[in-house]
Ligand binder design. Sequence first.
Ligand code: FAD
Length: 303
Amino acid sequence: MNIFNPFIRTLLPLTPKSWVRKIAKPYIAGESLEDLVNVVEDINLAGFTAATSILGEFVNDRDQALEASMDYIEALTEIQSRKLDSNIHVKLTHLGLKLDKELCYSNLKSILTKAEETHNFVRIDMEDSSCTDDTLSIFEKAQCEFDNVGIVIQACMRRSKHDIQKLIALKANVRLCKGIYIEPRNIAYNDYRNVRENYSSLLKELLTARCYVGIATHDEWLVRDAFQTIETIGLSPSEYEFQMLYGVTPQLRLSIRESGHRLRVAVPFGPAWYPYSIRRLRKNPTIAGYVLKALFTSEKNPL
Ligand SMILES: Cc1cc2nc3c(=O)[nH]c(=O)nc-3n(C[C@H](O)[C@H](O)[C@H](O)COP(=O)(O)OP(=O)(O)OC[C@H]3O[C@@H](n4cnc5c(N)ncnc54)[C@H](O)[C@@H]3O)c2cc1C
């Protein structure tokens, strides 16, 4: 962990909201659906697909969980009517996972049904380790009923090697990421090199089994390693995609596209940007380090 991280965590509650807005702005489309539409149109015009998400997590109120699912349904309607090339991704704790699993599944099912009607796809994000078992079992249940659902696997988690075996048997559509949550050492690798190695090995296994993989990383070393794996297996560009976060490493994004690979940009939006940003920065201050680095480097965000 960076030596500045404890300071960042301590200073957060004292940081004015306007500063947090400034920090979050390059990474969030805005508060409204119209803001989202404008950003996704630009992303599509630049030759990338998008993945829309509504900011929010760990809701502790049934009405809020229901409201989140209605907001996703509205977003799916808008994506179809504005002819945007964007799928969506959801956090199960936003849909009520920590309140009532049945309620969460019912909310997810409404979203999946709407996505099916609008010929779209829904990916279930992976949250912290307190959610992993429930997230995987809800995904499996959903996959029995719907074809348009995918999941996420985190390379930092020691259990992921085991978890992908079941996903391979299900021919699941998997996004592979490093994992954003800080987890205890007994269940997660916290060493940068080990996480990279595990990412590389999980990716090889998933792609060799012909699972569709969303290769979600901004780590140039892993991107080059993925290029090599794709070439060795002999995959066509329709069998995988790269994925990156809105506002992060735009130059790397362009070079991936120029090398002939498809890339999806994940774009969050919604009024809950402030509590979400604070929670994220507090949970993982490394992100604040990235933001500071980006502010002082010449790489400007065209998208
Ligand atoms: C499309 C997508 C979906 C994701 N979904 C999930 C999920 O469901 N669950 C989950 O736990 N994690 C998720 N993540 C986050 C992921 O797990 C990592 O925490 C994050 O991508 C950083 O890891 P990295 O592979 O980019 O490598 P790193 O080595 O962490 O980053 C490489 C470089 O990218 C830049 N960078 C990376 N992240 C940021 C950032 N947030 N802000 C500014 N610069 C940054 C920095 O310059 C850094 O040096 C997702 C990531 C992506 C791209």
